[in-house]
Design a protein around this ligand. Structure first.
Ligand code: FES
Length: 338
């Protein structure tokens, strides 16, 4: 049985087994969201009246006292009656790009670095999104769903670019993207998702930006950097790419080309498990340490972190040490997408 969720002046119908977040995003009504798996807490909302089933909401993310106080995780909760909800922070309720399901086609598969592939997926019609967001793919012939960030800018809306790292034994990576994938494969795509993005109204006036990506965490940062530089070509933008070794680096030509075109942009590759190669321009160590060595004060800057949780947490600490305001710190943690 379907019920209605009301948020301010917006009302949406929620199907019996449909998460509240899914219903709002499909209607183009914004709710903060990041993991869509019940682990980050970004989508917490308050149920002012009505009943919800918390379903698989982990107690680590939504405690018993929070449930008793009427909070719910929108990405997990299902309605059990009509309900009135309100946000717990962020720009809840604004209009956003509607969450959609499309069937895409694999157009191109490219080995771009060690154990790393670029996948280009053609869409039957444009998908509106904000750079930095992600999509969820359903592995063909299975119900396995995996999330991948978009490396695109918003105007590249008919061919999606994903960067994928091999996870040995992985149902999506080893078995499909590094296994049986073929040009022409049809794949179900759900998106856009996530709040790691420059939204259209984020015309920030061109404050300096620092972005740190670990491994394929570079993907959304490429979309964000190209968007930021297109909006403010003189902007000061520092991009660090942390990888284990030189064989893991990719898109060097794109990034050095951007450096030539934009004097305010710097790209810094950082190798954690290799010493500097002869004549190479890489640093060694961790990218957050490179940032701390390079920047004396990041007051007034925005910071963007995408990669494994330990790297993201180290980045948040480094940004705060350099006096970046917490509200200017954006983060996207990912665990290996097998
Ligand atoms: Fe992460 Fe819901 S808990 S989006």
């Amino acid at each position: 049985m379907a019920f209605t969720a009301t948020l301010g002046d917006k009302q949406v119908r929620c199907g019996e087994d449909q998460p509240v977040l899914d219903a709002f995003l499909r209607a183009g009504v914004w709710m903060p969201n990041s993991c869509n798996q019940g682990t980050c807490g970004t989508c917490k909302l308050r149920v002012v009246n009505g009943e919800v089933d918390h379903r698989d909401s982990p107690v680590d993310t939504l405690t018993e006292s929070e449930r008793a106080a009427g909070l719910a995780l929108a990405c997990q909760a299902r309605l059990r009656s009509n309900a009135v909800v309100e946000g717990t922070g962020g720009a809840v309720g604004r209009t956003t790009y509607a969450l959609r399901e499309l069937t895409g086609t694999v157009l191109e598969i490219e080995d771009m670095a060690r154990d790393t592939r670029r996948l280009r997926l053609g869409l039957p019609e444009p998908l509106a999104f904000s750079p930095g967001q992600y999509v969820e793919l359903t592995v063909p012939g299975t119900e396995v769903r995996r999330q991948y960030s978009l490396a695109n800018t918003a105007d590249e809306d008919e061919v999606l670019e994903l960067h994928v790292r091999l996870v040995p034994g992985g149902a999506a990576t080893e078995k499909w993207i590094f296994g049986g994938v073929a040009v022409g494969d049809r794949v179900r795509i759900t998106g856009p998702l996530g709040d790691f993005c420059l939204s259209p109204e984020d015309e920030s006036g061109g404050e300096p930006m620092v972005l740190i990506g670990g491994g394929t965490g570079l993907a959304p940062l490429i979309g964000l950097v190209r968007t930021a530089l297109a909006r403010a070509p003189e902007r000061e933008v520092l991009l660090y790419h942390g990888v284990r070794g030189a064989a893991d680096l990719y898109d060097l030509e794109v990034l050095t080309g951007l450096e030539e075109a934009h004097p305010g942009f710097s790209f810094v590759p950082v190798l954690s498990h290799e010493s500097q190669r002869e004549g190479a321009f890489c640093r060694t160590g961790f990218p957050t340490d490179s940032f701390l060595a390079d920047v004396a004060s990041a007051r007034g800057w925005s910071g963007w972190l995408c990669g494994p949780p330990a790297m993201v947490e180290a980045g948040v600490k480094a940004f705060k040490r350099r006096r970046m305001a917490p509200r200017m710190i954006h983060r996207e943690k990912f665990t290996p997408n097998d």
